[in-house]
Design a binder for this molecule. Structure first.
Ligand SMILES: [Zn+2]
Length: 1101
């Protein structure tokens, strides 16, 4: 709630601060992105070791030393499905030895406590602490061994399981400490170390290093290092050229392992997700998002063949946009293990599926598993419909996704009635309970129901559609040209089997023409009046041809449109789009396929990119740019950017015109204007803001007239493109703006009250004698207004209320405002005094009519006064200096920790810190480094303000919604220590870098980063390779932390903000993080990071 108050405060304050307001207001508070985010870090997992590795058994054992001496060594031994490893302790990450099960011939029990592993050339002897332990080990090993052999078929590599070996580089290297020669192999995303090549061939290794966590550093001469979060390995190659080849291969391995994008990385963190749910092939890259299993490419193919209504198959890599956080959460919480606990609870060994199975067997198994549910673990309530339904209603409110999955696939009705009127379905119930993963699971399964239902009902009626239409004779004249009735001929048209054809009549077999529906790129309902047939539609094909069809009535056109769009559109879009004016596909820069599907209906443009449908209200675009050169379009809205390259085909021009027309027009009624997120026309919003900023204290505001030519000119600019108008005090007087607003209201088509008839009802209501009856009628009339008109009237009345609130200064009382705005609002001549009365009463009864709480209003008005008085009492010499009251948080962002502080335009961070500490009575202790931070993304990103940095511009940063927090800085002392230690302030090295382009982009690449002089550079590869990007360090805002959506591989991240771009640098460990931060700070602040204690004291006293 504290944050909400903060928003409120800022809403009011934003009006009073004389800072440059950004032209395109990309981020007012109300537009703030409130998307819930999910932090996929290790904390998501209850027990890391259990969830992440597929260890079958682990424990302490004693083993004979290598030279078959008699003294046993105590080792931590781990068995997984492929290797037996032993480590110094359970805390170790890198083993001392790893023995492939592929080389073990048998396990032999020796005496009470001992057992041996026999391979062709060696015997490994272990001793357990007691008999039970020994038995258990032998048993586990035998099981693992037989599983291993069963999954194998000859020929095989003794070390790597068949199918997993993918050697890209191998050879000898010298490991520096201990100094030994090792035989080294790069395979997939790991580096494997062996004592020598013989041991590799015999299936015995030393350890493996996961390259996803590693960084390669070139060293002197023949040496190089491999740094992982746990250990640094130093190597020496046989020659310098050999070293170069190793470094190249290892770097390639790192980037290859990282190119696997965020979704894979996240999902594979659950051990069971590392194997195909059906055939156990490793690292499955496909998923069925309704059955909740991950699978390999082969199994995915089979799933797909079962149809979308059985299994919705999506790629982890290619369909990135499908993977919203909630869906990821479903797969993390369930995982293949849990999902299979339901789907594959009872698979007879004879029917199990191995990864080498042939296609027939695969199809049999997967059909039995999912279509027939042969192996599933039936719910105990199976068959009792009502009990299942009520169990489902209960489950969706809990965290138990497995229960929900089980119930859904054992017959519970996903659309059953919950019995609660407010939350009638399980889905609404899940949302009410905050179970977003449950809601996602239901959604994915609900669509299935809908799809399969539709495919039964509608396919019959719509897949084929026939009827008479009128078609102009083919000619070279463009179809957009006006046609007479004589130009049209009656044609029998058929849509069947993906082909649209037309014939002379319904018993003719000779086709006159037609096209495949897959070739249709655009379908458009023509606006009435263009042709003699009032109801027409156009179709455009891939090769650039246009077709026009006419009908006698609107229904015929509507039915044809529906049939054709069903045949044309991907089902994901067709299901949600409803009837529309224009639809089709266009090339676009965004999205991996470069093709988007679009449906335009009124002001609503729905876009299907990859697998996500987004809805854009064209009136609320931040900007729409049509290139003069080539006609390409760029749409920017709060959800992102869409870039449509030009297309010479005729359909593109149609799209341009439609999108432009629907993006708001100045000469249209209010609801057709360009709008803000709050549904207020941009023109009105801009004027209100300007008057609030500069006019509230101006005597006679709205009463005084402006200069006519200025008003006309400004209004014309608003008409042309309101979004592009920015008002500045120096260019235009506040009276001109006030009068522009009045003229706009007076002239806008239908007025704010939506037509003269409605206006009359308001006047009639004003004539009622009883006041409460009048108010009641106003409320009624208000609720009957269209949304945009209602929002506008509210914004306007609120504004007039603040003008009235300061009437001592500006002399504009309710009465005066009524006199001015009555005729304006009613678009009348002012003879009916009731118009003024309505305005007066709207102001007087603002709270009850617009349903605003009194206390909220009072708070707003008080702040207005405080801020304005301060504004007024500022030294007259410096007009630009103003001081406002801001909420600043102490230590954390929560209710109760905020402090209201007066912030003057020149206040520095260090002054703010001491003010806040003073306020809260916090004593300064020498070792404490208190600093002021600018916090973004609900605390995910945090930037320390330099002590001398001015606070106010930060608080009002355009486009960013930051909160100010004063807190102890845990890093400063390490940063200062580090800076003291080094001689030159510069830093370079390879980091994982991610350009934050959109909500979903989280592709990391390795980049060589260089911070020296005053510049930060990114190189594609090593230092000497050409620089990819560079920024002056002082232009960057350097944040500690990152948006959790990035699913960063480590917690030590730095986000660089430059204009609206963000770059994320991922450090491997804390030290590295501190070093980079220290270097950034030192360069940004010319080495002056922390003031001497004296400075601090003087501020605090
Ligand atoms: Zn598989």
């Amino acid at each position: 709630m504290a944050v909400k108050q903060q928003d409120l405060l800022r809403d009011i304050q934003k009006c009073f601060i004389q800072l440059k307001v950004e032209e395109n207001k990309t981020g007012t508070v109300s537009e703030r992105d409130r998307n819930e985010s999910i932090n996929i870090g290790c904390t998501e997992f209850p027990d890391d070791s259990e969830e992440v590795s597929s260890i079958l058994k682990a424990g302490w054992l004693e083993k004979t030393p290598p030279n078959s001496g008699v003294i046993y060594q105590r080792r931590w031994v781990q068995l997984d499905s492929e290797y037996l490893r032993y480590l110094q302790s359970p805390k170790e990450v890198y083993s001392k030895r790893m023995i492939s099960l592929g080389c073990v011939d048998k396990v032999v029990a020796v005496g009470d406590l001992k057992f041996e592993l026999h391979s062709q050339n060696r015997t490994f002897l272990f001793r357990a602490d007691n008999i039970e332990e020994k038995k258990d080990w032998v048993c586990c090993l035998e099981k693992a061994l037989s599983d291993y052999k069963n999954s194998e078929s000859e020929p095989k590599n003794p070390f790597f399981k068949r199918g997993t070996v993918d050697l890209s580089f191998e050879g000898y290297l010298e490991l520096m400490s201990p100094r030994i020669k090792v035989y080294t192999i790069i395979s997939r995303d790991k580096l494997y170390l062996f004592k020598n090549r013989e041991e590799y061939l015999h299936g015995v290794g030393v350890t493996d290093i996961d390259m996803r966590m590693a960084r390669v550093k070139d060293g002197e001469k023949r040496s190089f290092t491999l740094t992982t979060p746990y250990r640094t390995f130093s190597f020496s190659a046989e020659s310098e050229s050999e070293k170069q080849r190793w470094c190249d291969s290892l770097n390639e391995c790192v980037s290859r392992s990282l190119s696997c994008d965020g979704v894979c990385e996240s999902l594979w963190r659950v051990a069971s997700n590392q194997q195909c749910a059906d055939c156990s092939a490793s690292m499955p890259e496909w998923a069925s998002i309704n059955l909740c299993v991950l699978m390999c490419e082969k199994c995915a193919g089979v799933h797909r063949s079962l149809g979308q209504n059985v299994s919705k198959v999506r790629s982890l890599k290619l369909d990135e946009r499908v993977w919203i956080d909630d869906l990821i959460r479903v797969f993390l919480q369930l995982g293949n293990a849990k999902a299979n606990a339901f789907w594959a609870a009872n698979i007879p060994p004879s029917e199990s599926l191995s990864m080498d199975a042939n296609d027939k067997h695969r199809l049999q198994h997967i059909t039995a598993k999912y279509v027939h549910g042969k192996y599933r673990n039936y719910h105990t309530l199976y068959g009792q419909q009502e009990a299942l339904n009520s169990a489902l209603c209960k489950a969706v409110q809990s965290a138990d996704l497995l229960e929900t999955l089980t119930l859904l696939h054992c017959g519970a009705d996903i659309k059953c009635h919950t019995g609660i009127p407010e939350f009638p379905t399980p889905l609404t119930l899940a949302r009410r309970s905050g179970q977003s993963a449950q809601a996602e699971l239901l959604t994915q399964n609900q669509n299935i129901e809908a799809e399969s239902f539709e495919s039964v009902v509608e396919d019959v009626s719509i897949q084929s559609y026939c009827g008479y239409l009128f078609k102009p004779a083919s000619s070279s004249r463009p179809i957009t040209e006006h046609k007479n009735k004589a130009d049209f001929a009656k044609r029998w048209c058929c849509l069947e089997g993906g082909v649209f054809s037309y014939y002379k009549n319904d018993h003719s077999n000779n086709k006159c023409g037609g096209m495949k529906t897959s070739d249709i790129i655009c379908l458009s309902a023509t606006s009435p009046g263009n042709h003699v047939y009032e109801h027409t539609f156009e179709m455009y094909t891939e090769e650039g041809r246009g077709y026009l069809f006419g009908a006698d009535d609107a229904d015929t056109v509507r039915n044809w449109s529906k049939a054709i769009s069903k045949a044309m559109l991907p089902p994901t879009l067709f299901d949600v789009c409803g009837p529309c004016d224009r639809l089709g596909r266009l090339r676009c820069v965004e999205g991996s396929h470069g093709i988007g599907w679009f449906c335009l209906s009124g002001f609503k443009l729905q876009v299907l990119l990859e697998n996500t449908v987004q809805t854009i209200d064209l009136r609320k675009l931040f900007s729409l740019t049509l290139s003069d050169n080539d006609g390409s379009m760029v749409l920017v809205w709060r959800g992102g950017t869409l870039h449509l390259p030009t297309d010479r085909k005729p359909h593109f021009v149609g799209w341009q015109t439609c999108i432009q027309q629907k993006s708001g027009a100045g000469d249209q009624p209010l609801s057709h204007q360009q709008l803000t997120e709050l549904d207020v026309p941009v023109t009105i919003d801009r004027c209100l803001d300007h008057v609030t900023l500069y006019g509230l204290l101006s005597p006679g505001i709205y009463r005084k007239s402006g200069i006519d030519s200025h008003i006309t000119k400004l209004l014309e600019r608003f008409h042309n493109d309101a979004r592009s108008v920015s008002l500045s005090k120096s260019d235009i007087s506040v009276d001109d703006v006030a009068n522009t607003l009045k003229r706009f209201l007076r002239e806008v088509k239908d007025g704010v009250l939506n037509g003269q008839d409605n206006a009359k009802s308001w006047l009639k209501a004003a004539g009622l004698e009883d006041k409460s009856e009048r108010i009641y009628q106003y409320q009624n009339l208000l609720s009957n207004l269209p949304d945009v008109n209602r929002a506008t009237l509210k914004a306007l009345t609120h504004h007039l209320l603040s003008v009235q609130h300061l009437s001592d200064e500006n002399q504009m009382t309710e009465r005066n405002l009524g006199i001015v705005f009555g005729p304006t609002l009613f678009q009348s001549d002012g003879t009916d005094f009731k118009a003024s009365q309505v305005v007066e009463e709207l102001i007087q009864n603002y709270c009850s009519i617009f349903n605003v709480s009194e206390s909220e209003l009072q708070r707003q008005l008080n702040l207005t006064t405080v801020a304005l008085n301060r504004h007024k009492s500022e030294r007259p010499s410096s007009k630009t200096t103003s001081s406002i009251i801001c909420a600043v948080y102490l230590e954390r962002i929560e209710e109760g920790s905020e402090v209201l502080v007066q912030i003057g335009a020149n206040m520095t961070a260090v002054e703010l810190v001491s003010d806040v500490l003073d306020h809260k009575g916090v004593k300064l202790v020498n070792e404490d480094f208190w600093t002021c931070h600018d916090i973004l993304e609900k605390g995910e990103m945090d930037r320390m303000l330099h002590n001398h940095e001015k606070v106010l511009p930060v608080y009002f940063s355009p486009g960013l919604q930051c909160l100010l927090v004063v807190k102890k800085n845990p890093y400063i002392s390490s940063i200062l220590k580090y800076l003291e230690m080094i001689e030159n302030v510069c830093k370079s090295g390879t980091l994982r870098v991610c350009e934050v382009k959109s909500e979903r982009s989280k592709n990391y690449c390795s980049r060589y980063c260089e911070l020296s002089g005053t510049t930060f550079r990114l190189h594609k590869e090593l230092q000497n390779s050409p620089c990819e990007r560079e920024w002056p360090v002082k232009d960057l805002k350097v944040y500690n932390g990152y948006r959790s959506k990035l699913h960063s591989p480590t917690p030590w991240g730095i986000t660089l903000v430059h204009d609206k771009q963000q770059w994320y640098l991922c450090c491997d460990n804390e030290d590295e993080f501190i070093e980079w931060m220290a270097t950034f700070f030192s360069i940004q602040y010319d080495g002056d990071i922390w003031p001497s204690p004296l400075v601090m004291q003087s501020h605090n006293s």
